[in-house]
Write a protein of this length. Structure first.
Length: 43
């Protein structure tokens, strides 16, 4: 992805919701929190 690309707020919110959903699913499956995935999603 281009570093200069600035996503719209709607896109950011959608990505955040998707990430939260994935984290929740991961927690339910394994009982652990995927810290690495959260950090990668935030960068």
């Amino acid at each position: 992805m281009n570093c200069q690309y600035i996503p719209s707020k709607d896109l950011v919110e959608t990505l955040k919701l998707q990430a939260q959903k994935k984290v929740t699913e991961f927690k339910e499956k394994t009982g652990k929190t995927p810290v690495l995935k959260i950090l990668m999603a935030g960068s």
